[in-house]
Ligand binder design. Structure first.
Ligand code: ZN
Length: 245
């Protein structure tokens, strides 16, 4: 992988290892779904920049922002990114908090812990309460292993990628033929006989090759509609008994 030229500090996701690029997109997607709007604050750090950061709060002015010297952070190997919050600051924050804690790093509501839980479930490692924004994935290798010149293969998969099916439908139950449809579901009777009636009445036609290929959810929907009398008009017109007497 050839990375484009970069200046420090850097928040460009494209400077991350490919595995981390995918994972970043995924944690943003999962965060959004849960109402956590995730921004990225830093991605790759050169060793020189890491040393500069390490000096901050020690030999140069400013607060301490890192515990790692150059070469000793996952950021130096494109295997970590720092997140911040993008959600709008509520009114109470300005009145109750001082300006030293910027909202983007505010964790009074455990926002970083919640985002970290997503990351850990995906197979990543969190910086912990001392380094809340820090999300890394080193594929169970130590930083010294990377420092020695080893690299994580570009096709490395994280846990979340190994768990997800190749296609979303792959894990879903599908009924290709009428005979694939269960005959005894519950006390209400046989979904297969309902589909058979609807086919005989010409309401369900299936594919030209005679297959139905219904997903489980589609089948449930049809049964629910049938029992609710949705097809009764057509059933009566075709000379069949209505579902709702
Ligand atoms: Zn970090």
């Amino acid at each position: 992988m050839i990375y484009p030229p970069v200046s420090m500090p850097c928040r460009d996701v494209k400077q991350l290892h490919p595995t981390l690029q995918c994972a970043h997109a995924e944690i943003v997607r999962r965060g959004n779904a849960l109402g956590h709007l995730i921004g990225v604050n830093q991605t790759y750090r050169s060793i020189a920049y890491q040393n500069e950061l390490y000096a901050q709060g020690r030999t140069t002015p400013g607060p301490i922002v890192t515990y790692a010297t150059g070469g000793n952070s996952a950021h130096n190997y494109r295997l970590a990114f720092d997140v911040h919050r993008l959600d709008p600051r509520p009114a109470w924050y300005t009145s109750a908090m001082n300006s030293i804690t910027p909202w983007v790093f505010y964790n009074g509501d455990k926002w970083f812990d919640k985002v970290a839980a997503i990351w850990v479930a995906m197979g990543g490692k969190w910086g912990g309460s001392n380094d809340g924004p820090h999300m890394e994935f080193t594929n169970n290798q130590t930083i010294s292993w990377y420092k020695a010149g080893n690299e994580m293969p570009e096709n490395t998969l994280m846990k979340w990628e190994m768990l997800k099916p190749l296609y979303p439908e792959e894990n879903e139950m599908r009924y290709k033929l009428l005979t694939d449809i269960p005959n005894d579901w519950d006390i209400y009777g046989s979904p297969r006989s309902v589909i058979k009636i609807l086919m005989d009445a010409g309401i369900i036609k299936g594919n030209s090759d005679g297959t139905l290929d219904l997903s489980h959810d589609m089948l449930r929907m049809i049964i629910i509609n049938y029992r609710g009398g949705c097809y009764d008009k057509q059933l009566i017109a075709a000379g069949f008994a209505p579902a709702v007497k």
